[in-house]
Design a protein around this ligand. Structure first.
Ligand code: EPU
Length: 450
């Protein structure tokens, strides 16, 4: 791809070889915001979300909601820690149940509109969802959930069509604790007739946030964990009421900047974060040699002070897992720090089968990484080197793209990251944030305030 095309798809230039230093407020969470916005369809009134990030996935979700009749307005609010976005969604008149393909194609999360649309309109029609190509990402659990709740679902090669006279509570057992499927089940069950039991539900913080939001809006939900397995029980209610909610800080963005500091060294403060959403990530950073101190701010929010003054230690064994394990979304940022560590790290990706797309790019920067197929899945063996060398790289997906930016900070010389539109899907302005943390980054194209 030529330089001009790269610019159209977004290009970031990083002058590397510096330690990080400074503080930054961490943006609101993408993966918490999207299901809450979907939940607003269930409320025939106003929903208000504070601290919603300025990212393209939120922009597409706004487009999808507007396309079915919701009115979405945004307001910028100046706070002690910077400008945050407040969204107001008015869902009094949801007149359409057909989602436009051009936005559905853009992100996986369009799928979580299936449950709320069925609950509200008795019908939903959409194309198969798009999103980052990090694995096969089937949608079978979502479809089976809607069928279990009484919907008739037909699938063609390209489209999903679902309809029902009403949804009825059911017993659902998820073969894997899928985040999106748990969200869709919760959203569909909230207004269903009778009780729904979701066994082996996901435990990610975003699920807890969605339950909390729905409960505040009047949903009847109880959670019970036995032997690490979470069961969620939902007693359907007739209607929900208007509610205002604050989106928590993004635990993955926090982790990206944290591993940026582990890789490049330095001393930074990540403001307004929620350590309980990311204990395993902090623990791994500490095992690699980072000092991490949590200083309480308001409510659940903390400032996370991080100091890294040595070459990182390797982590001999790490696997990605569902919460509270090490998140798959964090794996590529960890790999950047491991690439510079003293010794050999071994990483097993257990959630998505195609999440090692950053490896080739890091290898071109001088990283020694070998992928080996094992019985437990593909293992990345990372033999740490003393230095990475800047070069021209390309983002292939959201988290890997952001991780290349932190690799560029830690590397010697200049690194470019092309295709940064992938990064804009989840990071408000990675260049701005990391420059506040002492990096030297030039973003040629950034379209975060869409
Ligand atoms: N799965 C199925 N069938 C289904 C649904 C899932 O087999 O119908 C499998 C998946 O293939 C995967 C596993 O279940 O192997 C777990 O996937 P999950 O459904 O939990 O993932 P998701 O809901 O599609 C969310 C996040 C991802 C994050 C994963 C895992 C959002 C919008 N996305 O995806 O975030 O990696 O959970 O924690 O919440 C990102 O933000 O970059 C991102 C990809």
């Amino acid at each position: 791809m030529g330089y001009v095309e790269q610019q159209e798809h977004g290009l970031i230039q990083i002058y590397g070889g510096r330690n990080l230093s400074g503080s930054v407020r961490v943006q609101g969470s993408k993966n918490a915001s999207l299901p809450l916005m979907a939940a607003s369809i269930l409320i025939a009134g106003k929903s208000e979300f504070e601290n919603c990030p300025f990212i393209t996935d939120i922009f597409y979700m706004k487009k999808l909601l507007r396309s079915i009749g919701c009115s979405v307005t945004e307001e910028e609010k100046d706070t002690e820690l910077g400008i945050i976005q407040k969204l107001q969604i008015q869902s009094e008149h949801v007149y359409d149940s057909r989602l436009p393909g051009e936005y559905v194609d853009k992100m996986r999360s369009s799928l979580i509109l299936l449950g709320p649309l069925l609950a509200r309109k008795g019908e939903a029609h959409m194309r198969f969802p798009g999103g980052c190509s990090i694995g096969k990402r089937p949608i079978d659990y979502h479809i089976e959930i809607m069928r279990a709740l009484g919907a008739e679902v037909t699938l063609t090669d390209t489209d999903i069509h679902a309809s029902c006279s009403h949804l009825t509570g059911a017993n659902i057992h998820l073969p894997m604790a899928s985040v999106g499927a748990t969200e869709n089940a919760l959203l569909a069950a909230t207004l269903a007739k009778g009780a729904t039991v979701i066994e082996n539900a996901a435990k990610e913080p975003e699920i807890m946030v969605l339950c909390d939001y729905l409960q505040k809006a009047g949903a009847k939900i109880a959670l019970q964990e036995i032997d690490h397995m979470l069961t969620i029980k939902v007693w359907g209610v007739e209607q929900l009421h208007e509610v205002a909610y604050r989106i928590p800080a993004d635990r993955i963005v926090t982790g990206t900047y944290l591993f940026g500091c582990v890789a490049a060294g330095g001393e930074i403060v990540l403001q307004g974060v929620i350590p309980s959403h990311m204990e395993r990530t902090i623990q791994i950073a500490e095992q690699m040699g980072a000092e991490c101190i949590r200083k309480k701010r308001d409510g659940q929010e903390y400032d996370l002070w991080v100091r890294m003054q040595k070459r990182p230690y390797a982590i001999p064994y790490l696997e990605t897992a569902v919460f509270p394990g090490f998140p798959t979304d964090m794996q590529s940022s960890f790999m950047v720090a491991a690439a510079l560590a003293k010794g050999k790290s071994r990483l097993y990706e257990r959630i998505f089968e195609n999440r090692y797309q950053i490896v080739e790019e890091l290898q071109r920067m001088g990283a020694k990484i070998q992928l080996t197929k094992t019985k437990q899945g593909v293992c990345a063996e990372v033999e740490g080197v003393e230095q990475l060398q800047g070069c021209n790289t390309l983002a292939h997906e959201l988290r890997g793209g952001a991780s290349l930016v932190i690799a560029g900070i830690a590397a010697q010389g200049i690194t470019t990251v092309g295709n940064t539109y992938f990064i804009d899907r989840g990071y408000e302005n990675i260049g701005r944030d990391l420059n506040r943390l002492g990096a030297c980054i030039n973003a040629t194209v950034s379209n975060n305030r869409t």
